[in-house]
Write a protein that binds this ligand. Structure first.
Ligand code: HMG
Ligand code: MG
Length: 305
């Protein structure tokens, strides 16, 4: 291969949070726990298990506390959750998360729709969460949404997204996950955004969080790999969306991403067979066919390799 890819990448499984927040059917707490336990066995090292947001805003994840209390924690796996404010941090610390993820948008309108604040009003709230989480010894991720486009405003200036990311880093987050919330990016746009980001942010602090609305997520990830990005968010089966981004579809599918990286010399630590067991369990729990290519292939073969 003439293009140099990283030797190892980290895949953060966001399905239990990003996927389930947008499912029509709400899984029971026991079903969520069983699915997360099966993900823990697959070799994934970072799992975003739920959200300590307002249950009025995201009813599907209202049982975050119980889910965290019920999962079997595998040594070496980081269990994280979204935390929007001080109340969320208190809940997250009680639930003993390993990592907290703060989140805001690069565009004003999406930020307002998603967390009911302007961008300027959000910074002090997230700074308090970040500093409290760091003081408690947690890893802190900072999500920037709508980096590649906004459902309300259209194009977003990458420099505006960079400003938001830099502010979160200054306030202490350990990494920045760049969100293609509505899956509008293309390889060319991904490269333009990374060109701007990498002028100021070291590549090892960048994560790509691509939704697959238009089928371009894997192509965008390839661009990320070529730029040296080593961390990607994905959801098993392509589950997901964003309840405050109309038209947003699921995240890139973990199973398709793992297949793409197979034979490329990039280590993920994930075992196909275990991941596929988890996929079959998830499909049974959500009660409908999942969107990923790998799941449709495996389904056609009765879930055998
Ligand atoms: P608000 O209504 O402005 O806040 O919501 P508030 O402080 O006035 O609180 C309203 C009520 O919620 C109060 O209860 C609070 O106690 C309660 P009431 O007095 O009415 O009974 N409350 C809470 N309860 C439990 N835990 C909490 C909490 N906070 C307040 N932490 C707020 C502001 C930020 C809370 C709300 O807007 C919210 O929860 N938003 C979350 C929306 C969300 O989760 N969106 C999806 C995740 S982001 C995403 O998917 C994008 C991403 O994947 C990246 C990408 O794709 O780009 C990350
Ligand atoms: Mg998302």
């Amino acid at each position: 291969m003439s293009v140099k890819w990283p030797n190892e990448v980290q895949i953060c499984e966001v399905g239990p949070r990003d996927g389930l927040q947008n499912e029509a059917a709400i899984l029971s707490t026991a079903e969520k726990i069983a699915w997360i336990d099966s993900l823990s066995e697959s070799g994934l090292r970072f799992i975003e298990v739920s959200s300590f947001v307002s249950p009025k805003w995201i009813p599907a994840l209202a049982d975050a506390d119980e889910v965290l209390a019920g999962i079997r924690r595998k040594p070496g796996v980081v269990y994280s959750a979204l935390v929007p404010n001080a109340r969320g941090l208190e809940r997250a610390l009680n639930a003993k998360v390993d990592a907290a993820a703060v989140f805001m948008s690069a565009s004003e309108s999406h930020n307002k729709h998603n967390i009911n604040k302007s961008i300027a009003e959000t910074y002090p709230v997230l700074r308090e969460v970040t500093q409290g989480a760091k003081a408690a010894g947690l890893f802190v991720r900072g999500y920037v949404s709508t980096v590649f486009g906004c459902p309300y405003e259209g194009e977003v200036d990458p420099k505006q997204a960079l400003n938001v990311a830099m502010r979160l880093l200054e306030d202490g987050v350990d990494e920045i996950s760049l969100g293609d919330t509505i899956g509008v990016s293309t390889p060319a746009k991904t490269a333009r955004v990374l060109d701007v980001m990498l002028q100021e942010i070291p590549v090892d602090k960048i994560v790509l969080h691509m939704h697959n609305t238009r089928g371009t997520a894997l192509a965008n990830i390839l661009v990320g790999l070529e730029y040296g990005v080593t961390s990607f968010d994905s959801a098993l089966g392509g589950l997901g969306g964003c309840p405050y981004a109309p038209g947003a579809a699921g995240n890139v599918a973990t199973d398709d991403l793992v297949y793409l990286l197979r034979d490329s010399g990039v280590v993920t630590g994930i075992e196909d067979a275990k991941l596929h067991e988890s996929l079959a369990l998830l499909e049974k729990s959500v009660g409908h066919s999942l969107a990923s290519h790998a799941s449709s292939y495996l389904r056609s073969r009765g879930w055998k390799e």
